[in-house]
Structure formats: structure tokens, C-alpha cells
Design a protein around this ligand. Structure first.
Ligand code: FAD
Length: 456
């Protein structure tokens, strides 16, 4: 294999291959987080599973680092590397819906925008992320949190099967019936086990939703967080959404003199009977007086793309994550101390509920271990100006240090920074040793190590 040359790689692949001397290399090496600026030896824009197999074989033959990229949203920049190989699946974004079986099959590089557009045509959806440009692959493999998870479970709970290229270049289909151990690990274990070239999902009837954002004064933020926490006890599972913090962008529904001010935020998404929506969303207004809101009936994909403009590609990102079993008053106090320091309009802190259908899946049924958490918190530091990096990163770290004593030791792998690798066992708790066993079986040499890594 040592004489597996770049020319042979070009011959074996249908998609373009970029090295430093090729036009388009600088575009091909770019990832979403502009803080990450790496120079891979080769980027393969894969078009099919065969291209992926050829790319994996090339990396293995030359003993090079291999980065896998789908939607490119990895905050630690796992979708690229210096002097290694990038398998970029971004062009494998086709989504096929079967309305009879209510299933959809997405290419390994599809985004939630691609997915929702395809399924919405049939009045169907599954749990996906809250931003349309995030990749289906990376999000689902880490678990998958979104508006619909209280009713439908995590994205990975809706996965029926995955097409996988493993480290030895084999193509496998993993499901409840075949390679069950691999299928178990893929549902939460991240990109540790292979390149997923297609994902098959179960869909549910979700068409128009009722929801949108509401802003509350920071002086009411404690009441908003506590109100949301308490509401979950008896809220129907069709009521999704999350509380958080947000600097007001210059949007027409927000009074002009409040643009740039920091607010407590609730985004709601009622995915049940539309006529019930107004009443369900009105429950948020009981937390405190609403300063501004943009709430109403809309197609589900409209809510899924409503905040895309706040997080365009090419800004700086540094994030940290924690799970809480109980959002205590002390934890809320820690939020109130640090949230007012949000460094830019792009930054946010969200507390995503993990309950309802997510809790009905046993903790050992998939790799995603925190079935007893009630919230997944993300401190998402994002700003356009690299000059803000030091102060922004400090803000995220200090915020995390303040909530950590009130949180579980593990966090959601998809919301974590590159310097969180030391938390890997905590992230998977009792599932960790089984994940190591699956890793040893499918990737004994740790070819897939650019991720929150489960070392063999
Ligand atoms: P990429 O950078 O392409 O991939 C990240 C890593 O995932 C890869 O390095 C690889 O290890 C793995 N991977 C991706 N695709 C494949 C594949 N086909 N086969 C094998 N491995 C693969 N998460 C949520 O749960 N809910 C949200 O609402 C949410 N919103 C987000 C919004 C923004 C703006 C951002 C930046 C992130 C958000 N996330 C959310 C986190 C998101 O789940 C992770 O960043 C995830 O890794 C993104 O996947 P990707 O395919 O876009 O990224």
C-alpha cells in the first residue's frame, strides 16, 4: 500500500481531491470555526461511499491523521487537521424520504436544512438541531438534541441504521439486526468508530409548529429559569424549546432602544395540535413580563433556520458543556452571575431539556449515557473578531467553572471544547468500558481519533 499515490487516490475517487497545489485548496480546507486554521495534506470532497473507502485507505496506508467532516460545525475543529487527510462528506447531502414507511435516508454530509426541507414536503420530521446549517451526521452520532426531543427522543434514538466505512476500509450496515455493537456505539459515541456515509431515520408527523423566541429582562432571569424548570414537570411532551441568554440583535420585533441589551430568553416550539399552540406557549409568559417576542405558527423548518444569521460561518467559537440532573437555585445563581457578560450578539447560553422520551430510553440502550439529566447546558462563546479571543475564552471558562459544582462531571460531547478530552470517561459514565470494547473491535489503531476520543 506504501505506493498508494495521490494520483491513484484521484483515480479512485469520483469527487475532487485537493492538495496545496490545487486551485480551491484554501476553500476546501476551511472549517466553520474561524479559530481553526489548519493545512491538511489532502482534502477529498467525497461523493459516495467508494470515495470514502478510498480516502480512509489512503490515510491508513500513509499513517496520516484522518479528519472526517460533514456539516463542518465541530467547535474544536475536528473536521480538519494539519498534514493529514480530510474526508469531506459535505457534498453527500441527498435526503430521500419514504412517506409510506415514514423514514428518511440522509447522506453522511447532509445538514438539518437539507433534511428538514426534504421531510417537511411530506409533513414529517425527526429530532434535529436548532440551526439549519449543522450536520446531521456529527449531531446524531453525538446524541442529537433539539426542539422535538421531549416528544421524539434524541436524534440518535430515531436512527434505524447507518452505513459505515470502518478503519480497515470495509463497508458495513449497522442496525439493531446487524453489527449491533457498532450500532449501539454510534448512537452517542461520536465519530470514533468509522465514517458514516448514510443515516436512516424514523420520522413523525410534524408540519406547522407554534413557537418562536421571547425576551425577558435580566432582572427576571432567575424567575425565567426556575419557571422553565418547574414547567417541565407537567408540560406535554409536544412542548419543546429551551431557556437561555441572548444579546438582542437589531430585529424589528425588538424595540430599537433595546438592541444590544442582554436578555433572558425562552424559545418555544409546540409540535402538537396547532390550535393548542397559543395556549401552550402562553405558559412562558407567566414567568415574567415579556419585553419582546416573535411567536406564532410557522413551518418547522422556518424555526430550524430562524437563528442561522446569528451564527454565520467564519466567526470564532469556544464552547463548554455540562449536564445537570436538577437545575438548583444555586445553579441558577451561578448563571445569573456570568450570563450578563455575554461577549457578543453571536454568543449564547442555552439549557436544553433532556426529559420525556429521552428518559424512556434506558441509559445502557445506546452509548448516550446521561438519560437521567434534565438539562444539557451549553456555554457557546461566539464572536466575529479574533482580537476578542482571549477575553471570550476566559468568559466561557469562568462561566463553566461557576456552574461545574452544580453540574454532573460529564457533558454533551457535541458541545465541548478540544481541551475537554480529559472528561471523556465522565461523558459516558457506565457505558465507557463497553465503548472501549467496540473501539478495540472496529478501530484498534485509533485511526478515528480526531474527536472526543475513546482510546482503544
Ligand atoms: P463536522 O465538523 O463536520 O463533524 C464533527 C465531527 O463529527 C467530525 O469530526 C466527526 O468526528 C464526526 N462526524 C461528522 N459527520 C460524520 C460522519 N458522516 N461520519 C462519521 N463521523 C462524522 N448539537 C445538538 O445536539 N443540537 C443542536 O441544536 C446544536 N446546535 C448547534 C449549532 C451550532 C451553530 C453549532 C456550531 C453546533 C451545534 N450543535 C448542536 C453541536 C453539533 O452537534 C456538533 O458541532 C456536531 O459535531 C456538528 O456536526 P457536523 O457534521 O456539522 O460537524
Amino acid at each position: 500500500m506504501a505506493e498508494y499515490t495521490i494520483e491513484q487516490l484521484r483515480e479512485r475517487t469520483r469527487g475532487p481531491v485537493y492538495t496545496e497545489s490545487d486551485d480551491g485548496y484554501d476553500e476546501a480546507r476551511k472549517v466553520y470555526n474561524a479559530m481553526i486554521d489548519k493545512h491538511p495534506r489532502v482534502v477529498v470532497r467525497c461523493l459516495n461511499a467508494g470515495d470514502v473507502m478510498a480516502t480512509v485507505a489512503y490515510a491508513a496506508a500513509h499513517d496520516l491523521d484522518l479528519a472526517v467532516r460533514g456539516g463542518s460545525h465541530s467547535v474544536p475543529g475536528f473536521g480538519t487537521c494539519d498534514d493529514g487527510v480530510v474526508a469531506d462528506l459535505g457534498a453527500m447531502n441527498n435526503v430521500r424520504v419514504d412517506p409510506i414507511t415514514q423514514t428518511a435516508r440522509a447522506g453522511g454530509g447532509a445538514t438539518w436544512g437539507d433534511f428538514n426541507a426534504a421531510t417537511h414536503a411530506f409533513g414529517l420530521a425527526t429530532t434535529g438541531g436548532i440551526i439549519s446549517t449543522t450536520g446531521v451526521g456529527g449531531l446524531t452520532l453525538g446524541g442529537g438534541i433539539g426542539y422535538l426531543d421531549r416528544g421524539l427522543g434524541l436524534s440518535c434514538d430515531n436512527l434505524i441504521s447507518a452505513d459505515v466505512v470502518t478503519a480497515d476500509g470495509r463497508f458495513l450496515i449497522a442496525s439493531e439486526k446487524e453489527h449491533e455493537d457498532l450500532f449501539w456505539a454510534l448512537r452517542g459515541g461520536g465519530g470514533n468508530f468509522g465514517v458514516v456515509t448514510a443515516l436512516e431515520f424514523r420520522l413523525a408527523a410534524v408540519d406547522q409548529i407554534y413557537g418562536g423566541p421571547m425576551l425577558f429582562e435580566m432582572s427576571d432571569a432567575g424567575a425565567v429559569l426556575a419557571g422553565f424548570r418547574d414547567l417541565l414537570h407537567d408540560a406535554p411532551e409536544e412542548l419543546g424549546g429551551f431557556p437561555g441568554f441572548q444579546i438582542a440583535p437589531p430585529l424589528p420585533f425588538i424595540p430599537e432602544d433595546r438592541h444590544g441589551d442582554t436578555f433572558a430568553l425562552v424559545v418555544g416550539c409546540w409540535a402538537g395540535e396547532l390550535s393548542e399552540g397559543e395556549k401552550q406557549i402562553a405558559r412562558f409568559r407567566e414567568f415574567a413580563p415579556v419585553v419582546a417576542e416573535h411567536v406564532g405558527a410557522m413551518p418547522y423548518p422556518a424555526l430550524n433556520s430562524a437563528f442561522d444569521a446569528l451564527v454565520p460561518p467564519g466567526i470564532q467559537h469556544y464552547w463548554k458543556a455540562a449536564f445537570v440532573k436538577e437545575l438548583t437555585d444555586d445553579a441558577i445563581q451561578a448563571h445569573l452571575e456570568h450570563a450578563p457578560g455575554l461577549p457578543a450578539v453571536n454568543s449564547t447560553v442555552h439549557l436544553y431539556p433532556i426529559d420525556g422520551a429521552c428518559h424512556r430510553v434506558p441509559a445502557d440502550a445506546t452509548a448516550f449515557a446521561y438519560r437521567d439529566a434534565t438539562f444539557a447546558t451549553v456555554i457557546a462563546g461566539m464572536w466575529p473578531d479574533p482580537a476578542q479571543n482571549e477575553a471570550g475564552v476566559d468568559w466561557v471558562r469562568n462561566y463553566y467553572d461557576a456552574i461545574a459544582p452544580h453540574s454532573e462531571s460529564g457533558g454533551y460531547v457535541n458541545f465541548m471544547a478540544g481541551d475537554d478530552q480529559g472528561r471523556i470517561q465522565d461523558n459516558y459514565k457506565d457505558n465507557y468500558s463497553r465503548l472501549v470494547d467496540v473501539k478495540r473491535k472496529y478501530d484498534p489503531d485509533n485511526l478515528f481519533h480526531l474527536n472526543q476520543n475513546i482510546a482503544p
